[in-house]
Design a protein around this ligand. Structure first.
Ligand code: ASP
Length: 331
């Protein structure tokens, strides 16, 4: 009888050891998403609009979380959350992307796998319905990290990624915003209409981190301008040794301060905690330079940080304790 029990225990232990880490139910999962930071004023926000934003954020964060809960990868969770936000006309990515100075839409996106440090980035797209899917294909199906313009779209075609006519991206609201921006430019007034990028970061049951970001860039940007979003280490970064970060804000400043990597570096080399590192970079370093925006981040323990130096950032999260947050304004 004792021999039987011993054998049974040994067999059970062997089975447990052979289970992939992904099956470990006690490993926490966490996800955070954003729909852009910027001058989101309460006076311009109707109750109806606010409801629509909160619902879209809620749908995306829950969709990503369901993937994590069922043992799916953080890469799948961030891809799906960003894809949903790209399909919503409320956000400046995919459908709903802002217009360039010459009245076109140019989309940028990136994804990074914190387990392998593999990354895929795309920029200057005119026809790809979901740029995040193309970024993922660049990471997984090409020998490259960063592809732009015609070459990237040619690759999308080869990969069977959905292409759409340019007018798919047209929305009346973004078009009017371009007209306002052009007016302000003529009158030499500062540009006020900024931000709206989308992004997601996640930790899965296997302990792997991933980050994804997608954007139409800045209203009235010049033809060919590329922002921080697809620049690995600036707007998007993930490393299992530290955290996953997705940024939104004045892209030029985020590139120059290598925001996402700087947050990870402070954690790796100066032993900073996620919240502290993000607050130092967004709240002090960027502010000193004059850059506005925010980041979302998750670390390998499932801690979530959502930090901004602007009046608001569309954001939502579900942390390792299952605590849910969906918010728009900074306070
Ligand atoms: N960071 C983006 C860019 O500069 C804009 C944004 O976050 O809305 O392209």
């Amino acid at each position: 009888m004792t021999r039987l029990v011993t054998r049974l225990v040994a067999t059970l232990m062997a089975v447990a050891a052979s289970l992939p880490a992904a099956q470990a139910a006690d490993q926490p999962v966490a996800i955070a998403i954003h729909g852009g930071a910027g001058t989101i004023s309460r006076s311009q926000m109707t109750a109806e609009r606010e409801k629509a934003y909160l619902a879209a954020l809620q749908d995306a964060v829950e969709a990503g979380h369901r993937i994590l809960e069922s043992g799916g990868s953080s890469l799948d969770a961030v891809t799906e959350a960003v894809r949903l936000l790209e399909d919503s006309p409320l956000f400046n990515a995919g459908k709903g992307a802002v217009f360039t100075h010459d009245g076109r839409n140019e989309l940028d996106a990136a994804i990074m796998d914190g387990a392998t440090l593999n990354a895929g980035a795309v920029a200057g797209l005119h026809h790809v319905r979901n740029p995040i899917q193309l970024a993922r294909a660049v990471m997984e199906k090409s020998a490259h990290v960063f592809m732009v313009g015609d070459g990237a779209e040619e690759f999308a075609l080869e990969q069977g990624i959905r292409l759409v006519p340019r007018d798919y991206f047209y929305t009346e609201e973004r078009w009017q915003r371009l007209q306002n921006a052009r007016e302000r430019e003529r009158a030499a007034l500062p540009q006020t209409d900024k931000f709206g990028t989308v992004g997601a970061v996640a930790l899965d049951r296997a302990g792997n981190l991933a980050a994804a970001t997608s954007t139409g860039g800045l209203t009235n940007k010049r033809y060919g301008r590329i922002g921080d979003v697809p620049v690995i280490g600036a707007g998007t970064y993930a490393n299992n040794a530290a955290c996953a970060i997705s940024a939104t804000g004045d892209g030029e400043y985020f590139i120059r301060s290598v925001v996402a990597y700087d947050i990870a570096a402070r954690m790796m080399y100066a032993d900073a905690k996620l919240e502290q590192a993000a607050t130092e970079v967004i709240g002090t370093k960027l502010v000193d330079m004059g850059g506005g925006g925010g980041v979302i981040g998750v670390d390998r323990y499932g801690n979530v940080a959502m930090v901004m130096n602007t009046p608001g950032m569309y954001r939502a999260s579900i942390d390792a304790n299952g605590q849910r947050v969906v918010r728009i304004f900074a306070d």
